[in-house]
Design a protein around this ligand. Structure first.
Ligand SMILES: Cc1cc2nc3c(=O)[nH]c(=O)nc-3n(C[C@H](O)[C@H](O)[C@H](O)COP(=O)(O)OP(=O)(O)OC[C@H]3O[C@@H](n4cnc5c(N)ncnc54)[C@H](O)[C@@H]3O)c2cc1C
Length: 462
């Protein structure tokens, strides 16, 4: 490509960039999609998809083992090689060929190169040439693992999500640094696939942004699977010798606790960094390295032709939220007046451990911090007739956080096996602000586990 002009240029073909390119092309725009690696981005190959493939076999096995009649049919143990083969199928052996017809059908010009802004409406390609945008440029370059500044960490060649989701065998032992979503999911996945896992979290609980019971239940479940969960533990130094990584921990205030952990691999799951460096932001007066600040229409502040969607803007590091942002941005580019209604920490979110944690809106703590007058109502997630078919002692808690003044649900958290699919009902209630007086007319089918909604509303007095 020497110099070509398109209506819109999209930089990065992860889920956010793909949705933006697809919607614009379907609405008659000429679009170039610039991607340096794989069409589908981090999500398809190194994040959402392979991580769920690694977690699913043990989850399914646990469910079957809870149901008498089916349980007796399980006579063997989890087949690790088959699980890893299935993961490879899900990520298409790191090939994006299957994505190409979708782009071709929409007439999207795919440019396989690293691109960077070069002033207004122009993207320079490392391989030579430049592209110009008549209407807009959308930045969708995503994020990378953030390595904390622990002495020796980089030299110890730690795993990031990339190695943790694509490894060809289970390491004999693994240290996971960070007890957020990626940390707990990967700790559970590899523990169930045969690794001896130690999970290190500096805060007093896992999944610290969720309701406290969520982190406690996930910690219990990890411990049941043999994971050594260490809370209030901070890494002080890392070294690698003779194929083993040793992590030195800071001692807690009482000076208690074994000071070192050694393992074959160390996975860093300590947050994400926006991929906003090396993409030419300085040529349009912006700074790289930080999340790209956008308004509620995903427009980069001060530039009416420039948009940023997905992880790179730091608003909500979730695939479905990046795709939502892409839908809003494309509406705006096409002349509409859409704007974000709900994202940030209140976004719908699922942790795919066993038990799963599915949440939307505010936790009780966050609602109180925001000065809302709220009541939390809880019910056992397995406390319905429908739940009895999902096995004995399936466990979990369901919580609604209700705004007593506006009489709407402002937050919901469900824990328990296979609760991810419950979340969308709560998302509708929270985002659409369905009045409680209407919500009680939505009768859940019998016998489904959704009857938990009845129990929760009854507890609130409805
Ligand atoms: C282990 C793990 C599990 C996860 N699980 C889930 C989950 O279950 N559900 C969920 O909703 N979210 C999950 N996430 C988060 C999810 O992966 C991200 O929110 C999502 O991938 C962000 O999409 P994106 O399009 O913004 O960026 P990305 O998926 O990061 O894609 C960005 C693309 O841009 C390309 N690119 C970057 N710079 C350039 C450049 N200069 N030129 C050309 N191309 C460039 C990159 O190569 C990449 O392909 C998970 C994350 C991790 C790490």
């Amino acid at each position: 490509v020497s110099e070509s002009a398109f209506d819109v240029l999209v930089l990065g073909a992860g889920p956010a960039g793909e949705v933006a390119a697809g919607r614009l092309a379907e609405r008659g725009q000429s679009v170039a999609l610039i991607e340096q690696e794989l069409i589908g981005g981090e999500c398809s190959f190194y994040a959402c998809m392979p991580s769920k493939a690694l977690l699913r076999p043990a989850e399914e096995l646990a469910e079957v083992k809870r149901v008498p009649g089916a349980r007796e049919a399980v006579t063997g143990s989890l087949d690790v090689d088959a699980a890893l083969r299935r993961r490879d199928e899900v990520i298409h052996d790191l090939s994006d060929d299957a994505q190409l017809p979708w782009l071709e059908d929409r007439g999207i010009a795919l440019v396989r190169d690293h691109g960077r802004l070069e002033g207004e409406r122009c993207v320079r390609l490392d391989g030579g040439g430049a592209l110009r945008a008549k209407r807009a440029v959308i930045i969708a370059t995503g994020s990378v693992a953030d390595l904390p500044s622990v002495p020796g960490l980089t030299e110890a060649r730690p795993w990031t999500n990339r190695q943790a989701t694509t490894a060809k065998r289970a390491p004999s032992s693994m240290i996971v640094l960070g007890g957020g979503v990626v940390g707990v999911e990967m700790a559970q996945a590899w523990a169930t696939l045969g690794s001896r896992v130690t999970l290190i979290e500096p805060l007093p609980r896992l999944l610290s942004r969720e309701e406290p019971f969520a982190g406690e239940q996930v910690a219990d479940a990890l411990r049941e699977r043999g994971v050594d969960v260490r809370l209030v533990a901070r890494a002080r130094q890392v070294s690698r010798e003779n194929g083993a990584v040793t992590l030195e921990l800071e001692q807690d205030a009482t000076g208690v606790g074994p000071a070192t952990v050694t393992a074959e691999e160390l996975l860093v799951a300590a947050g994400r960094k926006p991929r906003s460096e090396g993409i030419g932001l300085e040529t349009v007066g912006l700074e790289g390295g930080e999340p790209i600040e956008v308004d509620e229409q995903l427009r980069v502040l001060g530039h009416d032709w420039l948009y940023a969607v997905g992880d790179v803007n730091g608003r909500a590091l979730l695939t479905h939220m990046g795709k939502y942002q892409a839908r809003i941005a494309t509406d705006v580019i096409l002349g509409g007046d859409s704007r974000i209604v709900s994202d940030g920490p209140a976004s719908p979110r699922v942790v795919f451990t066993e038990p799963q944690v599915a949440a939307v809106g505010l936790t009780l703590e966050l609602a109180e911090e925001r000065g809302l007058r709220v009541t939390a109502v809880d019910h056992a997630s397995d406390g319905t007739a429908g739940a009895s078919f999902h096995g004995r002692n399936a466990g979990g808690i369901s919580r609604l956080v209700i705004d007593d003044e506006r009489r709407v649900v402002v937050g919901a958290t469900f824990t328990g096996p296979d609760v991810a699919e419950w979340l969308h009902a709560a998302t509708i209630a929270v985002v659409a602000e369905v009045p409680l007086e209407m919500l009680r007319h939505a009768a859940p089918s019998f016998p489904t586990r959704s009857e938990v909604w009845l129990r929760l509303l009854e507890k609130y007095g409805l």
